[in-house]
Design a binder for this molecule. Structure first.
Ligand SMILES: *Cc1c(COP(=O)(O)O)cnc(C)c1O
Length: 366
């Protein structure tokens, strides 16, 4: 049996008639930029996430950059995050002219280790970006405790964690701002690029709305110099349709993850430990292997797709060499980058497929 890493095609095949009808509605309305579908999506996403303000935007990277701009972060400022993430997290920090400062991860959760924050703070630290990687949730209480007394802002990177909760509350609602991506492969994906921001602060919401749309007060009156980072009507209409399925898709991911964990724990394979108090949404299901690349190619030979998230930590990326980090600076991050393998995971993955992947793994490891 062939088991793709992510079976986006199965989801699209099933939704195609509804998607086409939805596209027709957008064409008939000519609401191509922001407009009624975007507003409706923003309201629906706000309800589902239990946050007061949602601001649609162009993609997840622009969401992170807009968040920093709204908080007045720029040249001369430092923003703390992890090196074990997709490059967009650091790219957005560079884009606003600030400097990324990395801290190591907790090897159990693969997420920002709150115990490392104090030592990384300087008088220039303006924000921390905890990344809820793999759909697990960062330990927000100690992170907020480290930031709040110093006036350091918290921007949550929620690109992989739609609907994930910590102590019963959805991600994005803990910091000043949460940034989401709707890249097609994410737990909630558009038919192209899209993103959004969430915040509980009304004045930040107003500022974010202006920044994403040319600093507009009205059609040709501009209050501040802004950007063109708006949400497409077509993408909003697609997201609105898919959003209704997100809770059931999330439950399917959770069932698959529970089954993987049961099999792999019995085999003595280390898998991600959810943060205490968190209810992860398993954007990716990672397991650790001594000979990771060999395991991946042997699975590939059996028709089972895998991925590595991420093979080169950001402090070792050529693009960020000027930050001056060296091999050995972040041992837990470096170990994870050599050892993690993402197994097939999506809502369409069946229990029988999870069993099949684990059967092949058992054979490879024996
Ligand atoms: C996908 C992703 C982003 C960027 O989102 P885009 O919509 O692709 O710009 C940022 N951070 C993380 C952790 C991501 O996985």
């Amino acid at each position: 049996m062939r088991i793709p890493f992510v079976n986006l095609q199965a989801q699209l095949d099933r939704l195609k008639p509804e998607l086409l009808a939805q596209l027709e509605r957008v064409i008939d309305s000519r609401d191509f930029i922001q407009g009624r579908f975007a507003s409706e999506f923003e309201r629906a996403f706000a309800r589902l996430h239990g946050v007061p303000h949602v601001i649609g935007c162009a993609n997840g990277t622009s969401a992170l950059a807009l968040a920093m701009r709204a908080l007045g972060i720029g040249p001369g400022d430092e923003v703390i995050t992890v090196a074990h993430t997709f490059i967009a997290t650091a790219e957005a920090i560079c884009e606003v002219g600030a400097k990324p400062v990395f801290v190591d991860i907790d090897p159990r959760t693969y997420l920002l280790d709150p115990a490392r924050l104090d030592a990384a703070m300087t008088p220039r630290t303006r924000a921390v970006i905890p990344v809820h990687l793999y759909g697990n949730v960062c330990d927000m209480e100690p992170i907020l405790d480290a930031c709040r007394p110093r006036g350091v802002k918290v921007i949550e990177d929620c690109a992989q964690a739609h609907l994930a909760t910590y102590r019963g509350r959805a991600v994005g609602s803990f910091g000043e701002i949460g940034a989401f991506s709707f890249y097609p492969g994410k737990n909630l994906g558009a038919l192209g690029d899209a993103g959004c921001l969430v915040t509980g602060d009304e004045s930040l919401a107003t500022r974010l709305r202006k920044l994403r749309d040319h600093g507009r007060l009205s059609k040709y009156e501009h209050d501040i110099v802004g950007y063109n980072e708006r949400l497409d009507g077509i993408q909003a209409a697609v997201l609105l349709l898919k959003l209704a399925h997100l809770p059931e898709w999330t439950e399917a991911r959770r069932r698959n993850a529970a089954r993987y964990r049961e099999h792999l724990t019995a085999m003595g394979v280390k898998t991600l430990a959810p943060t205490p108090g968190a209810s992860p949404v398993w954007h990716l299901f990672v397991a650790e292997f001594d000979r990771r690349d060999e395991v991946a190619s042997r699975l590939q030979a059996k028709g089972i797709g895998t991925g590595v998230h991420y093979p080169i930590p950001l402090h070792r990326q050529p693009a960020l060499r000027e930050l001056g980090y060296r091999e050995g600076d972040f041992p837990a991050t470096e170990s994870a980058s050599r050892r993690v393998l993402s197994l097939p995971m999506c809502a369409e993955l069946t229990e029988a497929q999870v069993d099949e992947v684990c059967r092949e793994l058992r054979e490879i490891l024996s």
